[in-house]
Design a protein around this ligand. Structure first.
Ligand code: SAM
Length: 275
């Protein structure tokens, strides 16, 4: 199966075992000029610590759906849970195999196509909800969980649409549709937490980093190419201009003001109810 190269890029640059936004306890006190890579990694660790605090006491077995490169699974295993992982991504499969010396059970498929051979106490979907089809995902979660089992979902959802084509309106689920599907598929919402503000410093830092380092480096590269190779750079410039335009539009995705306008980063704990 294929590789998500954007997620691979994050894992190779940040070099933390997590592929999520992280959780900042006190977002208002964050000074972007002072943030270090270590603090970003700490925030990512804090995210799973905080998320795990929602796991009910009677949970023993966990299926980590959309497990990424295994940071969450490792944390949960160390806390004593029996953990299995699932992802359609080939690169992540090889990372998990190496990280756990082949001892971590890994299901290599999309969750929608998963054929469970046992029932689990809890399914974790940490920043993987938006990749999974809503209705099929809840139906599959029903087949995969014990009666009374839990689905712990943590991800961003669209709470507002204004008819624009803003990037925040793509590739995440509508909050109301998601909650309605949960109900229709026999899941009761028993706890929720809005962690939008706790996740935004990571976006703000991404924007700060691009403005401070990436853009000036690109500007210098363009200046240098135009000066030294004027004809070639003019031809290449015309060829890649539309691509650069669409990439610049995607930078909206790291604008926290726009995020807040359209999205909320939620934690939902659902319980599977008897049919
Ligand atoms: C943003 S990463 C989050 C990784 C990890 N859960 C974390 O919190 O660090 C999204 C994960 O969802 C996985 N994914 C994508 N499509 C999926 C699907 N249809 N079913 C299950 N997982 C999927 C990706 O391969 C990746 O592992």
């Amino acid at each position: 199966m294929s590789i998500d190269h954007v997620l691979k890029l994050y894992s190779e640059t940040i070099r933390s075992p997590y592929l999520h936004y992280g959780f900042w306890d006190d977002p208002n006190s964050v000074d972007l000029d002072q943030i270090t890579l270590l603090e970003i990694k700490d925030a990512q660790h804090r995210y799973i610590e905080h998320l795990a605090s929602f796991i009910p006491n009677n949970v023993n077995s966990i299926l980590d759906v959309g497990c990424g490169i295994g940071g969450n699974a490792n944390y949960l295993q160390e806390k004593g849970y029996k953990v299995e992982t699932l992802s359609p991504d080939h690169f992540q499969q090889s990372v998990i195999k190496e990280k756990f010396n082949g001892t971590m059970k890994f299901h290599h498929c999309k969750f929608e196509n998963f054929h469970p051979s046992k029932e689990y106490d809890l399914i974790l979907e940490s920043e993987s909800v938006c990749y999974i089809k809503i209705d099929l995902g809840f139906k599959k979660a029903r087949d995969t969980l014990k009666n009374g089992g839990y689905l712990l979902a943590s991800d961003y959802f669209v709470h507002f649409r204004d008819g624009s084509k803003n990037s925040h309106l793509k590739s995440s689920h509508d909050k109301e549709k998601y909650l309605a599907s949960a109900k229709a598929n026999g899941f009761e919402l028993i706890q929720e937490f809005d962690q939008t503000e706790n996740t935004m410093p990571t976006l703000d830092y991404g924007k700060y980093f691009i403005g401070r380092f990436i853009n000036p480096a690109m500007e210098y590269g363009i200046y240098s190419a135009k000066k030294n190779y004027p004809k070639t750079s003019a031809i290449i410039g015309k060829m890649i201009a539309p691509k650069i335009e669409s990439k610049l539009n995607q930078l909206d995705l790291i604008d926290s003001e726009q995020f807040r306008k359209y999205r909320q980063y939620m934690i939902y704990l659902f319980q599977k109810k008897d049919a």
